[in-house]
Design a protein around this ligand. Structure first.
Ligand code: ZN
Length: 357
């Protein structure tokens, strides 16, 4: 087991407070979900730890009634860096002209492992105040997704299923080839889709505070740049998730790791559908306009990833076209394996519908 990472090592008060706050939100979400389904919070102690590792990985486990989520510290820091890198380019969200008067240099707050693709030659970049706030918003959305996905594995009983079916201690997102189990990959893929559906539905509840954020004038200006347009804000948030999934897939490939997650296109489509449904319902927004905004911001971000060799248009086009068919395949997988972890699940299993959208 990896050692707990001492956040003080980051020496960046803002970043330290943010990462602590993320853990607090994780606990709040876990407690409100399980108590909402009639469980006693004290009977389900949960620890959420950042662990000392330069890998981009996370895992969830449950032993003797205790739940544990371990997030490798490089994960949130890399996502932070990746999103800031995207936001530093004027072609991403061109509605936000770069304000030269508040432009500042930003650097990644840790040294990188030589084996990882971390956009080597772009370790520093410039962001103005408003784009910085936009990057914080998108980064936070991605990190919340990561954490809620792990909480989803616990709430859906996958952490116990992993032991019962595969004799593995934890649900680990990315595995080395040596640890990879070919057996049961469809079952585990159905769990990944369920954990994504869980994360997407919880995230949809965080959209309202974003749309109506008055927390900071710069954040408000970033949101205002979209003309208060909920479709555009939702579109840019989904595009940020897509950037993260694309990075994770490229990183996996480069490090010879494997996972059972759906392709980046499919993941962002499935989760996007959950978010789009929630926004369309709450704000009376036309679904097509959110889908258009999502595609537009993805198309702006992808060339930036391509420049960093993190993205290939041909593979993307093929995966994107196939993903509509794949949604129905995965919905069938989800239904077929829905009861596999029923005995450990803290939620009723008939609530999953994201893949059916
Ligand atoms: Zn997972």
């Amino acid at each position: 087991m990896a050692a707990i990472f001492d956040l003080q090592l980051l020496k960046d008060r803002h970043r330290i407070d943010y990462l602590k706050n993320l853990v607090v939100r994780g606990h709040e979400v876990f407690e409100s979900v399980i108590s909402g389904y009639g469980h006693k919070v004290e009977e389900h102690p949960l620890r959420i730890e950042y662990v000392n590792s330069q890998q981009v990985n996370a895992r969830a486990s449950s032993h003797n009634g205790q739940h544990l989520i371990e997030i490798e510290i490089a994960f949130p820091l890399t996502i932070d860096f990746l999103i800031k890198r995207i936001c530093s380019e004027a072609r991403f969200v061109p509605e936000l002209p770069i304000d030269q008067t508040t432009l500042q240099q930003w650097r990644l707050p840790f040294s990188k492992c030589p084996g990882q693709i971390l956009l080597d030659h772009q370790l520093a970049f410039q962001l103005d105040n408003v784009r910085f706030q936009l990057s914080e918003l998108l980064m936070d959305f991605c990190n919340m997704f990561l954490l809620f996905h792990e909480i989803g594995h616990i709430c859906c009983g996958h952490t116990q299923g992993q032991q019962a079916y595969f004799n593995q201690k934890a649900c680990t997102e990315f595995l080395d080839w040596d640890d990879w189990l070919f057996r049961g990959r469809y079952l585990r893929r159905s769990w990944e889709i369920d954990a994504d559906a869980f994360a997407g539905s919880v995230l949809s509840q965080f959209l309202e505070p974003i749309m109506e954020s008055k927390k900071s004038p710069d954040l408000q200006r970033a949101v205002d740049a979209f003309g208060g347009d909920c479709a555009k804000i939702t579109g840019v948030l989904i595009a940020a998730l897509h950037v993260m999934f694309t990075y994770l897939a490229a990183n996996n490939y480069a490090l010879r790791k494997r996972s059972v997650h759906p392709s980046p296109s499919l993941r962002s489509k499935l989760i996007g559908n959950t978010l789009i449904g929630a926004v369309a319902q709450r704000y009376d927004v036309d679904i097509e306009s959110i889908i258009d905004a999502r595609v537009e911001y993805m198309a702006q971000a992808m060339p930036i990833l391509e420049k960093e060799s993190l993205f290939n248009w041909d593979q993307f086009d093929e995966a994107f076209v196939k993903s509509d068919d794949q949604i129905s395949v995965d919905a069938r997988l989800q239904r077929r394996f829905r009861n596999s972890c029923r005995q450990w699940s803290l939620l009723p299993l008939n609530i999953w519908s994201a893949a059916d959208v």
